[in-house]
Design a protein around this ligand. Structure first.
Ligand SMILES: *Cc1c(COP(=O)(O)O)cnc(C)c1O
Length: 337
């Protein structure tokens, strides 16, 4: 299958599976798993934080961050489009008694500091306590600039807030900016990273922060049922992902750009290739095109995409340039029918 639905669909390579098989294991709830300890210590240092915690998913890593930064009755500022507001089941409110305060995202994915300022609540028993600003990079495939991140740091310093990054795809951002990951992470009090998206691990995310925050997160992880035992088998895949699969993200970005350029030449498909910054292409299809039929036709030829308007096509390590050529050929044929 050529699967454009998401960069979560990748399968572990033989070398990654070998690393998993060779991993020394122990009970991580007792702090006994050497592979998890190695990943957490290495990742903390690699990203410029004191500590790290391996989590079952990005949703869990973000929830732990929110619950470690905020107390009951606190609120966090975030984007209307933020994953940790819109796509995580309201977990912060449901499980943390933490209120989100969403702000409309600007077209470039950023949040306006003027709008954020007016959303900060005065210290008064009528209001939730504004404690945290949560950003996302990349957001819908778009990259927040280093200049913007620096302004965000100045903003939170001015207002005595903490700053979290949902960095599910932060390596895509670093790749697009052409910078070391620390150039991004330096601005944040905490950061989550998905190992199971473009980086290709089967499972797992990291949350990074100072020792106190990560100790709090470790407690909440256990409470949420996220304490895992011989989980080094997954941490080994995560370490492999971070050491072996980062540099190849540039190929995903080039493939996405190429895909967008080729799609923009097709009748009935509207894409602006200049807007493709990382591994996501958003294509509007002419309303006359029956999307369900198109989806079925392509599926019968081994190609998967999620219907929608715009359609989102994601490139990843399971998709080669040849796969993209195959997709374009099949799509051209299908659109003629
Ligand atoms: C996928 C994603 C998450 C959550 O990751 P899961 O591992 O699917 O729980 C969080 N934030 C962003 C921006 C994501 O894209």
């Amino acid at each position: 299958m050529i699967d454009f639905r998401s960069d979560t669909v990748t399968l572990p390579s033989p070398a990654m599976l070998q690393a998993m098989m060779n991993a020394p294991l122990g009970d991580d709830v007792y702090g006994d798993d050497p592979t998890v300890i190695d990943l957490e210590q290495w990742a903390a240092q690699q990203h410029g934080f004191e500590a790290a915690i391996f989590c079952s998913s990005g949703t869990q890593a973000n929830l732990l961050a929110l619950m470690a930064h905020c107390e009951r009755g606190d609120e966090y500022l975030c984007g209307q489009q933020a994953h940790n507001y819109k796509f995580e089941g309201g977990g912060a409110a449901v499980l943390g008694s933490i209120q989100p305060q969403p702000i409309d995202n600007e077209n470039d994915g950023s949040l306006s500091f003027a709008k954020l300022t007016s959303a900060i609540k005065p210290v008064d028993p009528h209001f939730a306590r504004t404690t945290l600003l949560s950003l996302e990079n990349t957001i819908n495939g778009k990259v927040l600039s280093l200049a913007y991140l620096q302004q965000a740091r100045e903003f939170v310093n001015l207002h005595a807030l903490q700053l979290h990054l949902d960095g599910a795809r932060v390596y895509n951002a670093a790749t697009a900016l052409g910078v070391d990951i620390k150039e991004i992470s330096q601005y944040f009090d905490s950061m989550s990273i998905c190992l199971s998206k473009g980086l290709g691990a089967p499972v797992g995310s990291l949350l990074l922060g100072d020792k106190k925050l990560i100790a709090k997160a470790r407690r909440w992880r256990k409470v949420l049922g996220g304490g895992m035992r011989q989980v080094g088998i997954l941490a080994a895949a995560g370490k492999y992902a971070l050491t072996e699969n980062v540099t190849r993200l540039a190929a995903d970005h080039a493939n996405a750009r190429y895909l967008a350029e080729q799609l923009s030449l097709l009748e009935g498909v509207s894409v602006n290739p200049a807007l493709v910054q990382t591994n996501m292409v958003f294509a509007k299809l002419d309303p006359a095109i029956n999307q369900q039929k198109l989806q079925d036709t392509l599926k019968a030829q081994g190609i998967l995409f999620a219907a929608g308007n715009p359609v989102r096509l994601v490139t990843h390590l399971g998709i080669s340039r040849i796969d993209i050529e195959t997709f374009l050929t099949v799509l051209k044929q299908a659109l003629k029918i």
